[in-house]
Ligand binder design. Structure first.
Ligand code: ZN
Length: 221
C-alpha cells in the first residue's frame, strides 16, 4: 500500500503471505527493501502490481541485514542481475556465519553476490541523496536508510512499534542497539518503517514511540 507519494509498505499479514515487512521507494529510486522469503515473492509481486508498480521496474534491492527472513528473497534478484546491497560488515558476517544461521532456520544457504557494498553516509541514487546509517545491535551491521525529503526511515529490525529487535542472535549486542536507536531517534521522521509489526506514521507518534522505548524497553536490555 502507498503510505505517501513514492513510499509503499507491505506489512506482515501471516506466515503464508510474507515473513517480514517489505518497503518500496518508487520513482526515481525504484528500490525494494527486504524482499523476505523466496517462497512468498510471487505474492509480494502481486501486491506491488496492485499498487501500480511493475516488479520488472525494480532497479535495486537492499537487505537491511543478513537474517534469512529478510534476506533470502534477494537471491531471486541476484540471479536476474539486479544489484543487491547490504552493509560491508554485514556481508562479511554473512560469509562467516551464514551457513550455520540459515541452518538454524532450517533453510538452505543461498548463493549470493552483492553488487552494492553499503557504508554509512550519503548514498546518491538517480539524483536523490539517501542517508545510510550503520546501526548495529540486532545484527553486527544492520542499516537504516533515510529518505529525508519524505521523512521516511526504513529501520529493519533495529526498532519496532513499542519494541526493539532481538539482541540474542549471533552478533547481537544490547549496548550497541541502544546507541543505534539513540542515533536515529534524532532524525526528523514522519514514517518509521520497521521490519516487523506495524509502522509508526506521524512525527508525534514516532517521537512518542522512541520515548516509550527509552523508558520501558531500554532498562530491560
Ligand atoms: Zn532480524
Amino acid at each position: 500500500m502507498k503510505i505517501t507519494d513514492g513510499v509503499y509498505a507491505y506489512i506482515w499479514r501471516g506466515v503464508f503471505e510474507n515473513n517480514c515487512n517489505m518497503y518500496y521507494f518508487g520513482e526515481p529510486l525504484n528500490i525494494l527493501f527486504d524482499p523476505g522469503l523466496t517462497r512468498h515473492l510471487d505474492l509480494r509481486f502481486e501486491a506491488l502490481r496492485a499498487d501500480g508498480i511493475d516488479p520488472a521496474g525494480i532497479k535495486t534491492v537492499v537487505s537491511t541485514h543478513s537474517h534469512p527472513d529478510h534476506f533470502e528473497g534477494c537471491e531471486h534478484f541476484m540471479n536476474k542481475g539486479i544489484p543487491v546491497g547490504m552493509h560491508r560488515e554485514e556481508i562479511e558476517f554473512l560469509n562467516k556465519m551464514g551457513p550455520q544461521f540459515f541452518a538454524m532456520f532450517g533453510m538452505k544457504f543461498p548463493a549470493f553476490t552483492f553488487d552494492i557494498v553499503m557504508e554509512e553516509g550519503t548514498w546518491s541514487v538517480n539524483g536523490v541523496d539517501l542517508q545510510v546509517f550503520m546501526t548495529p545491535g540486532h545484527s553486527p551491521a544492520s542499516v537504516c536508510v533515510y529518505w529525508k525529503e519524505k521523512k521516511a526511515l526504513v529501520c529493519g529490525d533495529l526498532v519496532f512499534k513499542e519494541s526493539v529487535g532481538r539482541v540474542d542472535f549471533p552478533g547481537g549486542d544490547p549496548v550497541q542497539l541502544k546507541e543505534s536507536i539513540a542515533r536515529i531517534s534524532g532524525l526528523d521522521i514522519d514514517y518509521l518503517l520497521p521490519g516487523h509489526m506495524e509502522m509508526v506514521t506521524n512525527a508525534k507518534d514516532v517521537t512518542r514511540n522512541f520515548d516509550v522505548i527509552r523508558q520501558y524497553i531500554f532498562p530491560q536490555l
